[in-house]
Design a protein around this ligand. Structure first.
Ligand code: A2P
Length: 268
């Protein structure tokens, strides 16, 4: 049984906030999203991650999670995998509104607008829960100020796993704050690898054979105007990175902005 936020508040572990779950939505037996309260003093840059945790057997257990909500949102949103024997996610997947979630006080990460040099078009390449940091960035007006076109690719095993992203993009295009910008600049490209769907295949294959670019009606990757962000499994990052480097883009970081940046999605 998980602790209620009210019960844990007085006994917050050192350096952590105790927050309260406000909503939970399950998509498949592997994926769910949850939202929770945001501490008034907590600031972050859209695209960053934080350490999220639960008290397990009286001890705090944390894992890195990308914040899926934008920096202006009054709540915090997370998009999580469920691993049956995952030390944290076997418990996290059972959370209900009112339950306590721990969060360490400092966020960090390289999937931020500041780590990219200016460009015309930004590609956000994601698989699975790797969409999370981009769910934050596509709801941030700064992203649309920096780029003329924002292309988010999301590849999953099956169609049901695309649901979070499909709902997200629809809600973003109807949002009172950024809806108009998103309608003008945001392109969502969803593909699946293990089921029939209009767009099929790994993103690496779709880049390599050029189908991504013909489907989107854009020219091939060009380091003069295109920027990239990558978030997925270790292998997905490695393979996608090779393709961006082959196209002439160089990897950047917070202290050295360049043409693309990468981060590993939370995995267990
Ligand atoms: P595939 O079905 O061919 O394994 P997962 O949920 O296992 O993280 O996978 C999410 C998506 O990422 C799947 O569609 C999967 O394709 C794809 N994927 C897995 N490994 C790679 C890789 N090295 N490069 C590109 N896409 C990958």
């Amino acid at each position: 049984v998980l602790a209620k936020a009210a019960d844990l508040e007085a006994a917050a572990p050192a350096g952590a906030y105790v927050q309260e779950v406000t909503s939970v939505q399950h998509y498949t037996d592997r994926l769910f999203k949850f939202r929770m309260t945001r501490p008034a003093s907590f600031r972050f840059r859209s695209g960053e991650f934080v350490m999220i945790g639960l008290m397990i057997d009286g001890k705090p257990l944390y894992r890195a999670y990308s914040i899926a909500s934008p920096s202006w949102d009054e709540e915090l949103e997370f998009f999580s995998i469920k691993v049956p024997d995952g030390p944290l996610t076997q418990h996290l997947q059972t959370i209900q509104p009112g339950d306590a979630v721990l969060m360490k006080k400092k966020s960090t990460g390289t999937l931020v607008n500041d780590a990219l040099v200016p460009g015309k078009r930004v590609y956000m390449f994601s698989t699975g829960t790797g969409l999370a940091p981009f769910a934050s960035l596509i709801r941030d007006p700064d992203t649309y100020e920096k780029f003329e076109q924002v292309i988010v690719t999301h590849t999953c095993r099956d169609v049901a796993e695309l649901k979070y992203g499909l709902d997200l993009v629809e809600a973003t295009k109807n949002d009172p704050l950024i809806g108009e910008l998103a309608q003008e600049k945001l392109v969502h490209y969803a593909s699946v690898t293990r089921e029939d769907y209009p767009f099929k295949g790994r993103i690496t294959d779709l880049i390599e054979n050029g189908k991504l670019f013909t489907d989107l009606d854009v020219p091939p990757l060009d380091p003069a105007i295109d920027r990239g962000m990558i978030c997925g499994s270790m292998d997905m990052i490695k393979d996608t990175k090779v393709l961006l480097e082959k196209a002439g883009l160089t990897e950047g970081a917070n202290n050295k902005p360049a043409e693309f940046v990468v981060e590993r999605a939370f995995v267990g």
